[in-house]
Design a protein around this ligand. Sequence first.
Ligand SMILES: Cc1cc2nc3c(=O)[nH]c(=O)nc-3n(C[C@H](O)[C@H](O)[C@H](O)COP(=O)(O)OP(=O)(O)OC[C@H]3O[C@@H](n4cnc5c(N)ncnc54)[C@H](O)[C@@H]3O)c2cc1C
Length: 334
Amino acid sequence: MYERLSSPRILDDTRTLERLKNSALKPDSPRADRRTAGAAPGGLTVIPGSFAYHRPTSVKDALSLLADLGDEARAIAGGHSLIPMMKLRLATPSHLVDLAGVADLKGIRIEGADIVIGALTTQHELVGSDLLMQKIPILRETSLLIADPQVRYVGTLGGNVANGDPGNDMPAVMLCLGAIYHVAGKRGDRRIAAREFYQGAYFTALEPGEILTAIRIPIPAAGHGHAYQKLKRKIGDYATAAAAVVLTLKDGGTVASCSIGLTNVAETPRWAEDAANILVGSRLDAANVKRAVAAAEAITSPASDQRGPAQYRTKMAGVMLARALARAQERARA
Ligand SMILES: Cc1cc2nc3c(=O)[nH]c(=O)nc-3n(C[C@H](O)[C@H](O)[C@H](O)COP(=O)(O)OP(=O)(O)OC[C@H]3O[C@@H](n4cnc5c(N)ncnc54)[C@H](O)[C@@H]3O)c2cc1C
């Protein structure tokens, strides 16, 4: 019963549990009363604490609710990261502000040289978008490696990138693509580069009461090569390590531009700028790829966990990167 109801990620990642327990939701916080009061016999809690549910239909109303309700309120999108945490009483919001009824937060559109994706766009909608398939195909490839169709039908792009879990796949892809996050708050709107958004596991640049409204992605050059390579223990698992690559080639086959993101090998997604710079001007020959892989591995600091010891996960990041580079090169040539 317990395993069936709860996220495998939450259950098997003791590192995450420890970090969450040590965070603002630690057991001796004021919220602990609610947690223990609702605990099931034997101390195993699989039912969320009680909460009030709000369903605004505009960004303005959502922001007002979050401002009025303060610390006790939490935005919810697809709920596929938040609800498992609530079931374990690792998150105990008294108010859920459901963003699903806000039509302005949905949709995928072109704006000049960028594609803008509403935060509430589901991972399933990313998979099915012809526009994305044509312009930014790495988003489809990555979405298809997230969980399973059941999760992708409701899990949103905004929730995936705002969550701050280093295991989420989209953040590293956003670093790779140079995405900009549109954020709205009671004090106004602001834009934050994905490369500056992630501050630590579950800590981001979002201020209390702010919501992510959209993700703006510069369209990569036509003919670019891309790949997202993810090592996981089984279908639907989070990454042991994963690498995102977007590159362009000059006529002769030398690399004109390259960007690399790494998933789940540090407390935050990593943008491997030095590794990418090594490859610019090269023909992706074995010696340069080896140097780039070493540079990428050098910026990882994974924990040892059920997915393997830290050294293994670092090495797997290198293996995923080498594979992603080869696949991206193949696609750029084609
Ligand atoms: C079985 C299972 C397997 C999974 N496997 C993977 C996987 O392999 N890879 C992967 O990347 N993910 C995986 N996930 C997570 C899934 O992709 C989630 O849907 C996603 O991480 C969060 O999106 P959500 O819309 O469900 O967000 P929610 O769970 O609703 O919210 C997550 C957090 O983000 C905040 N939030 C959400 N939207 C906004 C917004 N617009 N503005 C501000 N804050 C916001 C919430 O307050 C909450 O703190 C898995 C989930 C499950 C249950």
